[in-house]
Design a protein. Structure first.
Length: 279
């Protein structure tokens, strides 16, 4: 969820797990600003706050379960300007709605829709810890790290260091070695098999209607010939967006799934079992 009114409803219904999407509180424009523009914005922040950040993050090297990082001044400024609002809002949500709950609550900070860097992740986690904000899970999109396993490992080490779970969307298609991820996170992981239903439908179609499957795979691969197994994690992740412009193909996919429910369900079970074996 990303609205306070939805959170209140969830609490009234007695939910014990609250996931809050913080994308709207992240300033993505910061990445495109020049160093001079960053300095100008940063200087507008309270001097005491800036001094505290300098003392906390520019004087030391940090080590999170073997992942070491040192902040450069420009990098620190960009993280604060980009994620400062998300940090304050996540703290506000916790202190206003979750801290005094009469039952245990699992608080998930969802950054799956933005490219959270390890340096930004560490700073957020450090500030949550400093302010006694009990975040139980940080959720990211594993598809963003399909081509950079080292960055994913850094996120795993940070989560393990601060003792919360890492939630990983598209784990079923984007993770080459989920067993290693599980070990790095000391079992504190939520593998979200986000793409598995779509992949199960497409795999079933590959067996029953190969011509249609080939046509859809071609559309998902910019015209190149690929099997379902050869599709990239990003293609599977963005399938709704890609096929959305091709209504006939989208309709054919939907009709196939409706007419082959049992076969698709069996394939889903098979793919789920295959993922579990990797653990």
């Amino acid at each position: 969820m990303d609205k306070e009114e939805d959170l209140v409803k969830a609490l009234l219904y007695g939910y014990s797990s609250i996931g809050f999407d913080l994308k709207e509180q992240v300033d993505l424009s910061v990445d495109d600003l020049s160093a001079a523009e960053i300095d100008e914005r940063y200087e507008k922040l309270p001097e005491l706050f800036r001094s505290a950040l300098t003392a906390s993050y520019l004087q030391s090297e940090f080590d999170a379960e073997g992942f070491k990082l040192r902040y450069e001044e420009d990098e620190l400024k960009r993280i604060i300007l980009g994620y400062g609002q998300a940090l304050m809002h996540s703290q506000y949500i916790y202190e206003t709605y979750l801290k005094g709950s009469p039952w245990p609550l699992d608080y998930e900070a969802d950054f799956s829709k933005v490219s959270l860097s390890p340096a930004a992740h560490y700073l957020l986690a450090k500030e949550w810890e400093r302010n006694s904000v009990k975040v139980c899970c940080v959720t990211l999109d594993a598809a963003r790290f399909a081509a950079d396993p080292d960055e994913l490992e850094a996120h795993c080490r940070i989560a393990a260091f601060f003792g919360y779970r890492l939630g990983l969307l598209h784990a079923d298609t984007a993770l080459a070695d989920p067993r290693k991820v599980r070990a790095l996170l000391k079992e504190k992981v939520h593998f979200k098999l986000t793409s598995l239903i779509f992949k199960a439908v497409l795999k079933t179609m590959e067996e029953k209607e190969p011509a249609l499957s080939e046509k859809i795979c071609r559309a998902l691969s910019d015209g190149s010939e690929k099997t379902v197994a050869e599709l990239s994690p990003s293609a599977i992740k963005e399938h709704e967006k890609i096929l959305g412009a091709q209504s006939e193909m989208k309709a054919a996919l939907k009709n196939f799934a409706a007419q082959n429910k049992e076969a698709c369900a069996a394939m889903l079970g098979e793919l789920t079992g295959s993922f579990v074996k990797k653990l």
